[in-house]
Design a protein around this ligand. Structure first.
Ligand code: 5MM
Length: 336
């Protein structure tokens, strides 16, 4: 492992005022997103969509890294520039989703685990040759009356740690993404309790697998009320509870925490990030690694039509800029 290589990548990503764009929707997910704008998902429509995102003016002013899907890593701008090169020109580091998606976890009804460890080292070597400098792996945790189980929490944590070790061995910075899902009628307090068990298990596994904490990125969900919960916690409560759980379970050696948005609206996700950055006592850089919360408005404005590229880029630019401000606590809802 080259520690210097990992630290150099971290230094370029963990820049105040900048964050990560998650554009690594798998084929199934991007097909779902395109369906919402009545567009068929083809290799070309996916390429055109990602080209629209990546060529947004001032992209690199707010984005220090982009998570790509494997197909996108090998695609090109229509002028022939490979996307990793285009992103580098924009000032953003290319990253790659390396997990192979979710499967049911045997003997754990209603729970899942992420696959993709087989052949991972060989894939990492190829992705690095193609320009990827960081990677992402996501585990999900469903909240129900009796789940997540301790078995699922432990098994998912082990997967994240195996993956992170494989990445660091290749000089690739791992984004460790444990996502506690928003789906359900659970309260904020229940989400807090699950998140603390999850983070505790994840950092225990990372320790056991000798992960260099200074050379990783944590991509967690926030502590929020379930989307079916009658009482929705306000922005301040979410910020306070999320910071409390992070301070208890995430070592200060982790350089940067880049949140996922997980089904929050674009505006709410920005407000939550901003509220957390109003508190100046955080030991880590706190920023975004949003997918939907950055892309939703742009996708709708684009609608699959080349003539809408400029208006779609304007929509993305706005979300990038506002989240850039939120990552340093300088956003205000009046800017919407
Ligand atoms: C962009 O979506 C990512 C890929 O999801 P699938 O593997 O299910 O297609 C996803 O992992 C994403 O990076 C995170 O969930 C964060 O995105 P959101 O939309 O939750 O901010």
């Amino acid at each position: 492992m080259s520690q210097a290589e990992l630290l150099a990548t971290i230094k370029a990503i963990a820049v105040p005022g900048k964050g990560i764009l998650a554009a690594d929707e798998s084929d199934k997910t991007i097909a779902k997103r395109f369906k919402s704008i009545n567009l068929e998902s083809t290799e070309e429509s996916r390429r055109a969509y990602r080209e629209m995102l990546f060529t947004t003016p001032e992209f690199g002013q707010y984005v220090s890294g982009v998570i790509l899907y494997e197909e996108t890593l090998y695609q090109k701008h229509k002028d022939g520039t490979p996307f990793p090169e285009l992103l580098a020109k924009q000032g953003a580091i290319p990253g790659i989703k390396v997990d192979k998606g979710l499967v049911d976890l045997p003997n754990c009804p209603g729970e899942q685990i992420t696959q993709g460890l087989d052949g991972l080292t060989d894939r990492l070597k190829k992705y690095k040759e193609q320009g990827a400098r960081f990677a992402k792996w996501r585990e999900v945790y469903h909240i129900g009356d009796v789940i997540p189980s301790s078995l699922a929490i432990k098994a998912n944590a082990e997967m994240l740690a195996f993956y992170a070790a494989a990445c660091q061995e290749q000089g690739i910075v791992p984004i460790v993404e444990p996502e506690v899902l928003i789906d359900g009628s659970h309260t904020l307090a229940r989400c807090f309790a699950v998140t603390e068990a999850v983070l505790h298990a994840v950092f225990k596994a990372l320790y056991k697998h000798k992960i260099l904490l200074e050379g990783m990125i944590l991509k967690p969900s926030m502590v929020i009320s379930g989307n079916q919960c009658a009482k929705q916690a306000d922005v301040q409560e979410v910020a306070e509870q999320t910071l409390t759980v992070l301070r208890r379970y995430v070592p200060a050696a982790v350089p940067t925490i880049n949140f996922l948005s997980g089904g929050q609206s674009s505006e709410v996700a920005t407000a939550h990030l901003n509220a957390m950055n109003k508190d100046k006592n955080n030991p880590w850089n706190l920023s975004f690694s949003y997918g939907r919360a950055l892309q939703d408005h742009a996708l709708k404005a684009w609608g699959g039509k080349p003539e809408n590229v400029a208006v779609a880029q304007h929509a993305l630019h706005k979300r990038l800029k506002l989240n850039g401000l939120a990552s340093v606590g300088k956003y205000d809802s009046s800017m919407e």
